[in-house]
Design a protein around this ligand. Structure first.
Ligand SMILES: [Zn+2]
Length: 238
């Protein structure tokens, strides 16, 4: 091999290693809910007052959403629902009911793919198809996007900033919410113990398991924190 070719290969090797280091650093930087490349995610409400935002992901679903809507209505609490386009398409009446009862609807993609290393066209399509259905429900704009699995690496913030959207993560995700069977009092206890002014709490109405236990956890969270002086708001009410 000539010296010249060796020199070129060496230069490319260095460039590749450098790029790889940058990508790995960017990946780790973006893993936190509080950080992203290009834009600051909304991970907490900007308030010292006792206000909190409950967010419900992956719905609407036939199992949990109707019971949840009844509960929120009876307690006169408004929340934010990060819906999947495919579930709005499946349950348009439920999605409309969420909107008509005064809740805010955010975009959570079409079918919950991992958006890491996807093309801008793919990411934009996931956002646009879902947004179209939300607008058809009557909501004037769809400003808030929560990435599936909270993964927001590289392309997503680029696309969101070009569309002038807000990237939403959260403050607290109760670990017991992912366990089966659903232990309502345990989930509620975790949320209550970790409540802080401005918290954005992750919950999921899109799952089909244990709807009664799920709604019981939400009832306990709301009534207990209200008795501590907390008020619940939509993400756009702060
Ligand atoms: Zn989700």
């Amino acid at each position: 091999m000539s010296m010249k070719i060796r020199k070129i290969l060496k230069t490319f090797g260095f460039a590749f290693a450098f790029l790889l280091i940058i990508l790995i650093a960017a990946f780790f930087y973006s893993r936190s809910w509080e950080r992203s490349l290009l834009m600051d995610p909304l991970c907490q409400l900007d308030s010292q007052e006792k206000i909190m935002a409950l967010t419900f992901d992956d719905g609407p679903s036939e199992a949990r959403t109707p019971l949840l809507l009844d509960l929120l209505d009876s307690l006169q609490v408004k929340a934010t629902f990060f819906m999947l386009g495919q579930n709005i398409e499946k349950h348009p009446d439920l999605a409309r009911q969420v909107f008509e009862q005064g809740h805010l609807i955010g975009n959570h993609s079409w079918d919950h793919p991992r958006l890491v290393l996807k093309s801008p066209t793919f990411v934009k399509d996931q956002i646009d198809r879902t947004e179209k259905l939300i607008l058809e429900l009557g909501q004037k704009e769809v400003k808030y996007f929560r990435p599936p699995f909270s993964s927001k690496y590289i392309v997503l913030p680029l696309v969101l900033s070009s569309l002038h959207k807000v990237l939403v993560t959260g403050t607290y995700d109760p670990p017991s919410e992912y366990k089966t069977p659903y232990d309502g009092p345990k989930v509620a206890a975790e949320v209550i113990a970790n409540a802080k002014p401005g918290s954005i709490v992750y919950l999921h109405d899109g799952k089909s398991s244990d709807p009664e236990a799920f709604v019981e956890s939400v009832r306990l969270i709301i009534t207990s924190l209200q008795s501590q002086g907390y008020r619940f708001v939509r993400l756009d009410e702060n």
